[in-house]
Design a protein around this ligand. Sequence first.
Ligand SMILES: Cc1ncc(COP(=O)(O)O)c(C=O)c1O
Length: 438
Amino acid sequence: MSATPNNLDAYWMPFTANRAFKAAPRMMVAAEGMHYTTGDGRKVLDGTAGLWCCNAGHARPKIVEAISRQAREMDYSPAFQMGHPKAFELASRLVRLMPGALDHVFFTNSGSESVETALKMAIAYHRLNGQGERVRLIGRERGYHGVNFGGMAVGGMTANRKMFGSLVTGVDHMRHTHGDPRNFFAKGEPEFGAELADDLERLCTLHDPSTIAAVIVEPVQGSAGVFVPPKGYLKRLRETCDRHGILLIFDEVITGYGRLGTPFAVDYFGVEPDIVTTAKGLTNGVIPMGAVFVQKKIHDAFMQGPPNAVEFFHGYTYSANPMACAAALGTLDTYAEEGLLTRGASLAGYWADAAHSLNDISIVADIRTLGLIAGIELRSIDGKPTARAFDAYLKCFAAGLLVRTTGDIIALSPPLIVEKAQIDEIFDTIRTVLQQVA
Ligand SMILES: Cc1ncc(COP(=O)(O)O)c(C=O)c1O
């Protein structure tokens, strides 16, 4: 099979500069372990776990076997008024990974769908509890919660919002937590800024808390450029939500499944939200799937009325798709056998030291790390925001390293199987490239 298709025209690519890409395409044709192979036969070290999703690396045997077996056994079964054993097995195994009362799971097909599901659950939950006036949703500047209308509305990335009209109404935003120079080059959680969580209290005063259904935040903001919450910030949000009967949603699409060196950010920060949205690492990115974890009180609020009536008018044709369930079970087996959900904890120090070793490069404005995540913020070229980081991205790719950029920030999130020598390779390559784009 040719690695080079003869026509690139028909495919409208997502979140891509289509014309520039098609003028100079970057094609991946194979992947194994920590590496991709490009169309021209080069090996590229995966510094981003695909798109923050291939946490166990690529072509993992347990996952490949699970989906091959499932395709032969049963390719699809209807998702509504019907079940199959692997969906129940997967849900039971997932809730055992999650601490506290987060003991029910609703399946979706992506992070965006998990977010929409969570927001709808929150509003419906209050209505079921006789508080139908709680309809407002609170997000955060620079938040990313996917691309569907609810997620876009609570999200706070301007470019993702501005073209799409009035979005969902009744949404407000807290300030983001980035920018205090005292926090620059912090390893782990920065010291300053927990009081920014009090923005929620101000929004409660403005709107009256009785109108607010839920607050949604990424425990660590990923897509906008790796913003680690200040020490105590998330606890403070939890306390404010508790005071006012507001549900707290953690969007763990990036932080879930071992990224921080704990199974979930819930464990890392010791803060228990009411709802947790996940996707990506759930199936190692192999088959699209998301999972929304909810506390028992939320699940149980829906379980009323006649027992033969549908309780939640929501779901997807591919919710708990058998192929996706098989991929997720193979993924959980791989995580368990190799201790990947906590492996990041033993590498986090080495990772942080390697990332922060770039702090002597003149164009590096800030470095942020937590678990196996790093954000390297570059000084922008005057009048050309994003140009420097994108140039670095292209040069890294040419040098055999896949990184991701957002604005002028390089974001890194390697598969959790990464070895120390590969961590060295990642930051040695970036050092060379940053010297070239300085
Ligand atoms: C925190 C967060 N939420 C939601 C999403 C959307 O996920 P998807 O692209 O699977 O719809 C992402 C994707 O990066 C994310 O990082």
